[in-house]
Design a protein around this ligand. Structure first.
Ligand SMILES: [Zn+2]
Ligand SMILES: [Zn+2]
Ligand SMILES: [Zn+2]
Length: 374
């Protein structure tokens, strides 16, 4: 298969990430990956069968990439859906009960996977009126069972209009950003957003501004002198050319991705762990923090779970807890921990295993979500 996409932006961002020593030669193995990403980033998506789909952490992935699932075949309704008179089939983002019953009925082969963030999906069907096959690209809506399953943005606890807003305002980009720490393979940068559009001297302006606030995040206050690359300069009004001080704000990677319309941003698990370690060392994240602080500063992927726990009156956990060994060495790093009962949640399997070997009872996010929905 020939791939027309321009990958120069991707290589640029790889270089910016500091992987100068990594040599990229497009071997047969690598071009398989490129083909996979080309399909997954398209509005047509990639055929998936049940065996391809991983639901371990509660959201959906194919070969390490987070995906949405949709059914392109709209059957006899195609005219109504293409004309916007009827809503199309919902797309899935989590291991919800609709998906489970589909799986039981073995209707799974009808799904396609995509991580295209444009919101349009390629659908088709055979017209009821004239029996002719039609196809087109339209917007589809998210499955409400998926929102419930993840308690996305507090969906389960929301009522009336507020609940409707979470459904209506659902953004695929924001959704993928929320769970980005769970995945090693990020969608290629060039698929995500227009990262250009800055003034020519932007780097200079940004460096000067970040120095003026002593490399400290203006939201959570974490000091990033040791990791200046984790501190971004954000435009408050969204206009990348309005560079006067009143329109600028220095934000750490995590606070930056939580800004509205920043769904294109990805944060890896490693950088999230580092940021929360620094916050802890510097006292912005207290061990005995209340629910508000826990929900504000914990990894966004845990947000739905945390809101559920808070609503049940559970004690707030410690965020970014380190289990120490006999020589005070760090044995495991947990996303959330209730140290007195030796319970916790970990994103990394290695940390989970290490903790459980020491007599802890640590769950993955997926297991915690399954028990929340059980
Ligand atoms: Zn669903
Ligand atoms: Zn911050
Ligand atoms: Zn920004």
């Amino acid at each position: 298969m020939k791939i027309k996409a321009d990958f120069s932006d991707l290589w640029d961002s790889v270089k910016r990430m500091g992987s100068h020593n990594v040599e990229f030669d497009i071997t047969a193995e690598h071009s398989d990956d490129l083909e996979l990403d080309a399909e997954l980033s398209s509005t047509a998506g990639r055929d998936v069968v049940l065996d391809d789909l991983n639901t371990d952490n509660g959201v959906l992935s194919v070969e390490g990439r987070q995906v949405l699932l949709f059914i392109p075949d709209h059957g006899r309704n195609i005219d109504e859906v293409l004309a916007g008179r009827e809503e199309g089939r919902k797309f899935h983002v989590a291991d919800c009960r609709t998906l489970e019953s589909m799986r039981e009925q073995k209707r799974f082969d009808r799904y396609k996977a995509t991580y295209n963030i444009g919101g349009k999906f390629q659908i088709y069907g055979v017209s009821y009126a004239d029996g002719i096959k039609r196809e087109g690209e339209i917007e589809l809506h998210v499955c409400k069972n998926c929102l419930s399953y993840l308690n996305y943005q507090g969906y389960c606890g929301a009522i009336g209009a507020a609940k409707m807003e979470i459904y209506k305002q659902f953004s695929i980009a924001e959704f993928l950003s929320t769970y980005s720490t769970l995945f090693k393979n990020m969608p290629a940068q060039h698929q995500l957003a227009d990262l250009g559009g800055y003034s020519d001297n932007w780097k200079e302006i940004s460096d000067r501004y970040r120095a003026s606030v002593n490399f400290r995040c203006e939201s959570c206050k974490v000091d990033l002198n040791a990791h200046p690359g984790f501190l971004h300069t954000h435009h408050i009004n969204g206009n990348k050319h309005e560079n006067h001080t009143a329109n600028l704000m220095a934000l750490c990677l995590d606070c930056h991705r939580k800004q509205p319309k920043h769904g294109y941003m990805r944060v890896t698990h490693d950088s999230m762990v580092t940021i929360n370690q620094l916050r802890k060392e510097q006292g912005q994240l207290e061990a005995s923090a209340g629910w508000d602080q826990v929900i504000r500063l914990a990894d966004k992927a845990l947000d739905g779970l945390l809101r559920n726990y808070a609503s049940k009156g559970m004690l707030p956990p410690e965020v970014g807890y380190e289990i120490l060994g006999a020589d005070d060495e760090i044995v495991a790093e947990l996303e959330l921990a209730w140290p007195t009962s030796k319970r916790g949640i970990a994103i990394s399997e290695i940390d989970l295993k290490a903790a459980n070997e020491l007599g802890w009872h640590v769950l993955t996010l997926g297991d915690a979500l399954r028990s929340m929905n059980g």
